[in-house]
Design a protein around this ligand. Structure first.
Ligand code: COS
Length: 387
């Protein structure tokens, strides 16, 4: 067992950290206030190879391992969790499934523009009445000549308005109403119409859209993996994506802890720094311990994934623990700062708002518990064995 990051992992972590200090942190409060999506920033990240950190070089990426990519997500989210989710969805939820499930032709065609940051990716699974119950989706793909005609509406689509490539899930078998009969498709921006920009509690520097697809005609070259295997594509994608969201939660919590610790050293009450009071010390000790624990879960899950080992349970545990920890500890950071914490003079209220979503997207905490429970009770394996 080796807890030391490799030289390459440390290098990419430092690259991301320096970039965030220079290009993200100084603007994050304003982007949050103005609900500004920093489109240009992703061009700069692309120049550093960070829009395809763990994508092989032959497909336009930086060729680093999955843990390196996860380290980048933590650093980005430490500066601005909206930037973190933009890159996480783009990479984990679009580029990586295209690499994994695409034919050689699809990989060569769709991956390089994403990995080079020329296009942003969007993952279009969720619908108004299909969130946790993703298999209930109603967007339909009807056979049309040698391809399909796709019609439907999707909701809460991160990156929607700025995306060039959509991984979209639609029902190809009209006889079904559940996870069976769903297929995955690769769509371009021209196939999709943006109908709404969502207003959110946090992550204001990211963009979240309602979209509609109105009879888009696509050929067989747009089908990802086999017909009827779309739900499998979605689940495998989310198994990996959840590790990225867990890293995002760790980054947010770390940012809150950094502010709270410095504040505790400087703020005086009753004639001494508040960090000398046991009540504050205990809070900081718990924050530090829980961030460590969450990060270790994240790194283990990332290590399992990059070694092609089963990681659904480990990823769900990492996301569940890291997201609930981030929500709890960003609240504690506000408590340490007292009245200042509740104001926009300090960034901790932003961290608190941003942390909440990590308990919801890419599977709620309730779904993570379900995934973990099925795994530890052997229920998922039994379902797979029964076919
Ligand atoms: N990897 C591969 N395949 C998986 C899988 C996984 N992790 N989990 C389920 N599957 C497969 C099953 O094996 C089954 O395949 P077969 O029909 O070929 O046997 C199929 O998918 C359906 O599985 P299941 O019956 O378990 O589906 P459910 O409808 O019960 O849903 C949950 C399972 C709840 C786990 C799933 O719907 C889920 O993850 N929901 C949350 C969705 C989510 O995260 N949404 C956020 C969107 S992005 S913001």
């Amino acid at each position: 067992m080796d807890f030391e990051l490799s030289a390459e992992q440390k290098e990419i972590q430092a690259l991301a950290r320096d970039f965030v200090r220079a290009e993200v942190e100084p603007h994050a409060a304003e982007w949050d206030r103005e609900h500004h999506f920093p489109r240009d920033l992703f061009g700069k990240l692309a120049e550093l190879g960070l829009m395809g950190a763990c994508v092989p070089e032959e497909y336009g990426g930086a060729g680093a391992d999955f843990l390196s990519y996860v380290l980048v997500l933590e650093e980005l989210s430490r500066g601005d969790a909206g930037v973190g989710v933009t890159v996480a969805v783009h990479t984990s939820a679009v580029t990586l499934p295209l690499l994994r499930f695409g034919t050689e032709e699809q990989r060569a065609r769709f991956v390089p523009p994403l990995a080079r940051g020329e296009h942003l990716g969007a993952f279009a699974l969720t619908e108004a009445e299909a969130g946790s119950d993703a298999g209930a989706l109603r967007t339909r793909a009807e056979v049309d000549g040698d391809g399909w005609r796709i019609t439907g509406a999707k909701q809460w689509i991160t990156n929607g308005r700025h995306a060039g490539t959509f991984l979209l899930f639609a029902r190809t078998d009209p006889e079904t109403q559940d996870a069976q009969g769903v297929s995955a498709f690769v769509l371009d921006a021209e196939h999709v119409r943006i109908t709404r920009d969502e207003e959110k509690l946090g992550l204001n520097s990211s963009i979240t859209n309602d979209i509609v697809v109105e009879g888009a005609q696509v050929g067989r070259d747009r089908l990802l993996h086999e017909e009827g295997k779309g739900f499998h594509v979605a689940m495998v994608t989310l198994d990996g994506g959840r590790i990225g969201i867990a890293a995002q939660a760790v980054g947010i919590a770390q940012a809150a802890y950094d502010v709270a610790r410095e504040y505790a050293k400087e703020r005086h009450a009753f004639g001494r720094p508040i960090g000398e009071f046991q009540a504050i010390q205990h809070k900081l000790a718990d924050m530090s311990m829980e961030i460590d624990a969450a990060r270790l879960l994240v790194h283990r899950a990332a290590w399992l994934k990059q070694n092609d080992l089963p990681h659904a349970e480990a990823g769900a545990k990492a996301k569940l623990f890291a997201s609930e920890m981030a929500r709890r500890q960003t609240g504690e950071a506000i408590q340490i700062l007292g009245g200042y914490g509740f104001t926009k003079e300090f960034p901790v209220e932003r961290y608190y708002r941003d942390a909440k979503i990590t308990e919801i997207y890419e599977g709620t905490s309730e779904i993570q518990r379900l995934v973990i429970a099925r795994s530890i009770l052997g229920l998922q394996e039994r379902a797979l064995a029964q076919g």
